[in-house]
Design a protein around this ligand. Sequence first.
Ligand code: NAP
Length: 351
Amino acid sequence: MEPRSQAFKLPDSFCCLWVERLEDGTIRRGLAYRPLLELPPGEVLIRTEHSSLNYKDALAAAGHPGVVTSFPHVPGIDAAGRVAQSQTADFSPGDAVVVTGWEMGSGRWGGWAEWVRVPREWVLLLPPNLNSLDAMTYGTAGLTAAMCVQALLQHGAIPERGDVVVTGASGGVGSLAVAILAKLGFHVTAVTGKPHAISLLRSLGASDFLSRDQAEDKTDKPLLSGRWAGAVDTVGGRILTTLLRSVKHGGCVAACGLAASNRLDMTVYPFILRGITLVGIDAAYARIKRKAEIWSLLADAWRVERLPDLRRIVPLESLEPLLGDILAGKVMGRTVVELAHRHASGSAPNA
Ligand SMILES: NC(=O)c1ccc[n+]([C@@H]2O[C@H](COP(=O)([O-])OP(=O)(O)OC[C@H]3O[C@@H](n4cnc5c(N)ncnc54)[C@H](OP(=O)(O)O)[C@@H]3O)[C@@H](O)[C@H]2O)c1
């Protein structure tokens, strides 16, 4: 089908972060200009204004085989911008939209590019009070954090039932989970490996702090004393099994990450003696209706007022040093990838 109409003058080529696998298997990456015609098929062409850096993006940029299915590749699991062309009546040129997850930036080219083209099923209109910068400050991390909080609430967590704990608290998912839980009135303990993150976490609403070491029980006791009403875990491994063994009767742990480990070695006792729940969170393939519901919560009732304190904004060309840092667990808060200025400055040459 021909595009219904068009909002912007389309360039012949676009800038992106290009990841190639060479014949000897080495991965090479750098900025590249590619013809617009090379974008994958899809009903909606979007002029990207902002994208973001997530842990998974750094894996994609390193050509990790568990993330990237074919080369050459363009990372970026998140994108927000304006519809340039639409082959569906669901969107009109100029609409402000957001895309997170699905196969974007893993199985297909993603948001670290001036333009993205995606299937219509992946696209959501941005809520009116959320601009592309704030949307990408949340990005997949915000969606994931909010889904974790929703899971705790759905399993009966209320502030009166006791404290909640968030691991990997200085990271993207962790810091946003801390902020949302505190906004909802919970007493939040933040687990962090970064003493210098404590003032930021305090400003987001965390009341207590544990080091990673303090949060990890080294024994093999099947149950520890009940301490938490709920937990959001972004790191996995021994910290996750410690949480599961120390959640109070009827409590819930929402597990979304593996920054420390993908292992889960423990007994079933916390499940059968305390009736606890372990909820797995997958933000990438969540139903589009659920994503829409979460975006409106993030824009309004659960809005994180301190979003500007949480983000650093970097242009595409300055991402490189952050890629190793995020894999090493050194990045705090969220990194927004700025692309809007590239359109404004007309930096894409018409090759
Ligand atoms: N399931 C989903 O849909 C989904 C969506 C998004 C992300 N994720 C996953 O969730 C995790 C967090 O993602 P993110 O984007 O928030 O990443 P991030 O910004 O890099 O945050 C991860 C945080 O984990 C902590 N950490 C790192 N290495 C650790 C280790 N060895 N032991 C214990 N803690 C460690 C660090 O926080 P502190 O220094 O404060 O401890 C780090 O900042 C990743 O595993 C990611 O793949 C899953």
